[in-house]
Design a binder for this molecule. Structure first.
Ligand SMILES: [Fe+2]
Length: 217
């Protein structure tokens, strides 16, 4: 899996017991990323893009990633992918990479074009939290669907569950309270509020589906 580009990881930060000489034999930062695991790379990249310019968005992101980690028992091997997507789902808000202003598409394009990120990861970011509804409002539905296929429903629902049950400050929140919070934050006339209204059945059914699986655990 290609996860090229800079991870922002220094030798001092790595917890791996690897000597400097061994590191010199590796093929640059991408190899270190491969040793780290995708979620750690994703966390460092999200922190780099969000923590300073958008501290509240960074707090939310940390809460979404914490939620994703709690789903490991029901996701098994796909847990690392979900947690990675949770770290990266909102990087499209970063001033460094805003392009269209539609954050799922901007974030996914950045991951694909700058970091040659894993296709599964870019698809999750592109379609997170029923993004097709806001894409429709923005006239970007064709671009979104042509560039990024849908990921498996289980992972899409899991990411939506985590995003839509985490407050802007990173705290757990009931999905209906989260939806109401978005409406009040943007105001009734805003494109995002219209999109969220149309996406509400998609979002709530994803959240309920994950909650149903969790209850069986
Ligand atoms: Fe989010």
């Amino acid at each position: 899996m290609a996860r090229g580009g800079s991870s922002g990881l220094s030798r001092i930060e790595t917890s791996w017991d690897v000597s400097p000489a061994t590191l010199d034999l590796l093929q640059g930062p991408a190899s270190i990323v491969n040793l780290m695991g995708q979620a750690e790379w994703a966390r460092d990249l999200a922190k780099q893009l969000l923590a300073k310019p958008l501290p509240r968005r960074w707090a939310h992101t940390q809460g979404v990633a914490a939620c994703a980690e709690t789903l490991a028992p029901i996701l098994g091997e796909e847990s690392d992918l979900l947690t990675s997507s949770a770290w990266l789902h909102d990087i499209g808000y970063s001033p460094e990479l805003v392009d269209t202003g539609f954050h799922p598409l901007d974030g996914a394009r950045y991951l694909r074009d700058v970091h040659q990120a894993d296709d599964n990861l870019t698809r999750l970011v592109a379609h997170h939290s029923c993004a097709v509804y806001e894409a429709t409002e923005r006239g970007l539905l064709n671009a979104l669907n042509e560039e990024f296929d849908q990921e498996s429903p289980e992972l899409v629902e899991a990411l939506t569950y985590c995003d839509m049950t985490t407050s802007p400050d990173g705290l757990p929140l009931e999905v209906l309270d989260r939806l109401a919070e978005i409406h009040s934050r943007y105001g009734p006339e805003h494109l995002v509020s219209r999109s969220i209204a149309n996406a509400t059945p998609c979002i709530t059914s994803a959240v309920r589906a994950v909650q149903a699986v969790l209850r069986q655990e």
